[in-house]
Design a protein around this ligand. Structure first.
Ligand code: CDP
Length: 211
């Protein structure tokens, strides 16, 4: 079974996807890590994440161990990821890995284009959103917990800029698949979002709901 979870930055896709995967016994792939690690490799090499040759070279050199790096979160990694992600050659280089991952044993994958491009025939497609205010507050809290001081206002501006770039790029723009269920978590905490999403998936797939 393939479950595609897409949506804008800091909407809570990762937490939701990981928990759904755990509940259903499926592997989980955070596809944002592929773009984040590609961006990091470009920066390591002293390149420019917005330059096609630099970004494509890094995407083709990416190894699975790069996904476990400890420096893939934070403002610099966010920006580099978004820049390399707009380059078609980068997206093409990362496509097979994502498809192979899902085809092996089924999977929950979260990203921007899972339901539209990577797995257009996914069994379940959720498009997870929340207001910019709610998303900025969540990301700000994450950063504070990690000890990275950044003003809420700056976090909000970064998210808005990244969403704008992700929505308006030509290659795999961020948008709900036509058959996706839009899932707004503005007024839900992580537990409520998980319970609702799981109920939705079980209803769609005819699982008996034991809760
Ligand atoms: O955690 P957050 O929502 O902030 O970001 P992420 O899911 O780790 O994605 C980081 C960046 O990678 C996004 O801003 C996108 O530009 C890009 N991305 C993408 O283009 N396609 C995906 N399937 C996943 C991420």
């Amino acid at each position: 079974m393939i479950i595609a979870i897409d949506g804008p930055a800091a909407a809570g896709k990762g937490t939701l996807a990981r928990r759904i995967a755990g509940a259903l016994g499926l592997p989980y792939l955070d596809t944002g890590l592929l773009y984040r690690a590609t961006g990091r490799l470009v920066l390591d090499a002293g390149g420019d994440p917005a330059k096609v040759e630099d970004a494509a070279r890094a995407a083709n050199a990416l190894r699975e161990t790069d996904l476990g790096r400890g420096d893939l979160r934070g403002a610099e990694a966010d920006r580099a990821a978004s820049q390399v992600a707009s380059i078609p050659a980068v997206r093409a280089a990362l496509l097979d890995y994502q498809r192979d991952y899902g085809r092996k044993n089924g999977a929950v994958l979260d990203g921007r284009d899972i339901g539209t491009i990577v797995f257009p025939n996914a069994d379940i497609k959720l498009f997870v959103t929340a207001s910019l205010e709610a998303r900025a507050a969540r990301r700000h809290r994450e950063l504070v917990l990690r000890g990275e001081a950044m003003a809420l206002e700056e976090v909000r501006a970064d998210l808005a800029a990244r969403d704008e770039a992700d929505r308006n790029r030509k290659a795999a723009p961020l948008k709900p698949a036509e058959d996706a269920t839009v899932f707004d978590t503005t007024d839900m905490d992580a537990d409520a979002a998980f319970a609702r999403a799981l109920a939705l998936i079980k209803a769609a797939k005819g699982f008996p709901d034991k809760n």
